[in-house]
Design a protein around this ligand. Structure first.
Ligand SMILES: Cc1cc2nc3c(=O)[nH]c(=O)nc-3n(C[C@H](O)[C@H](O)[C@H](O)COP(=O)(O)OP(=O)(O)OC[C@H]3O[C@@H](n4cnc5c(N)ncnc54)[C@H](O)[C@@H]3O)c2cc1C
Ligand code: FES
Length: 296
């Protein structure tokens, strides 16, 4: 595991008013990173530690890519302060067990919303291992779509789904999975990343056909080392820690109700922290804060 102070932001792209990409220089991390892993980031010395998936890595450029949704105090603060040339105070990782990819011959890689970013390295790894890769990507509407070209370049098929039908097919990713399963009788694996409710839907869509379905869980994490117990999840009746035992698990065994109720546990504190930060921004005459974004 690698840790160095100060990591320069070399590129930034805003996909929408709540979703932004940061490319951060860290050659050792770029060399060590594998699909499915994450980092814990502190934007500044007093900042909260937050886990973020390594959405891409470029070993030649010595960078890793993070795609972030501004949902609360820290991710909005970063949205305002993380410009090209600035540095992240701390970034530790790569953490978590790399996704066990490579044996499947035909796979569906499913990303919903922000989950589209972390599913990309998985799709690319499957492709590099010789698998036939079908990407199913879901967004609320056309203006939120990102990385379509990147996926088209490394996948054999792409099914784009939007809730309102403004791009691709109208419907959720579960409809995309249904279409792919109908067309291909020999799918041997599905990997899904997105909001818990979406991952549960994906697991249910494959349960009857008994297709192995991996999901990447996003419980609240604090230390990321298996010590604090914050990221406890229930898998097939057993307690696991997502930071060291995951974050990938068998979607057919995950207790999603427990995961979702634990994610809601600190909602009052999160709202209070955001309100305090918004007030301090107003006092300093900074940009007004965006309305609260939809949470996963
Ligand atoms: C393994 C993993 C990978 C993740 N990857 C990404 C990513 O690539 N991009 C991205 O935008 N988000 C990712 N998240 C979620 C991200 O960590 C939270 O959105 C962030 O911590 C929210 O902080 P906040 O202060 O902005 O919002 P808050 O208002 O504090 O929280 C908003 C919501 O985010 C979740 N959250 C809050 N604190 C944490 C925490 N310490 N750990 C995990 N979840 C938390 C809770 O569901 C909470 O309701 C990931 C989470 C995990 C566990
Ligand atoms: S984040 Fe503390 S045990 Fe996983």
């Amino acid at each position: 595991m690698l840790s160095e102070p100060g990591f320069k932001i070399v590129a930034r792209k805003d996909f929408s008013d709540v979703t932004y990409l940061l490319e951060v220089r860290h050659p050792l991390m770029a060399r060590a990173a594998r699909a499915g892993q994450f980092v814990i980031v502190m934007a500044h010395e007093q900042g909260e530690r937050i886990p973020l998936t390594i959405a891409d890595f470029d070993r030649d450029r010595g960078t890793i890519t993070l795609v972030i949704q501004a949902v609360g105090k820290t991710t909005r603060e970063m949205q305002a302060s993380c410009q090209v040339g600035a540095s992240l105070y701390a970034m530790v990782g790569p953490m978590g067990i790399p996704s066990a990819l490579g044996h499947a011959k035909k796979v569906i890689c499913v990303g919903g919303g922000l989950g589209v970013a972390p599913i990309f390295p998985q799709a690319r790894t499957f492709k590099q291992a010789g698998a036939y890769v079908i990407a199913v990507l879901g967004f609320r509407s056309k203006n939120l779509v990102f990385w379509e070209d990147k996926f088209r370049a490394c996948c054999d098929e792409l099914i784009l789904c939007t809730d309102d039908g403004s791009a691709g097919i109208r419907g959720m990713v579960t409809e995309g999975i249904r279409l792919a399963l109908e067309k291909h009788a020999d799918i041997d694996e599905v990997v899904a990343i997105g909001p818990p409710v979406m991952m549960r839907g994906c697991a249910e869509a494959t349960r009857a056909r008994k297709v192995r379905t991996l999901v990447s869980l996003n419980p609240i994490m604090v230390d990321g080392t298996g010590m604090c117990g914050g990221c406890r999840v229930k898998i097939g009746g057993e307690v696991k820690f997502a930071c060291v035992d995951g974050p990938d698990f068998d979607g057919h065994k995950v207790d999603f109700d427990d995961l979702m109720s634990r994610l809601r546990r600190y909602r009052d504190e999160e709202r209070a922290a955001l309100a305090r930060w918004s007030d301090s921004c107003r006092l300093m005459n900074q940009e007004p804060v965006l309305p609260l974004a939809g949470r996963q």
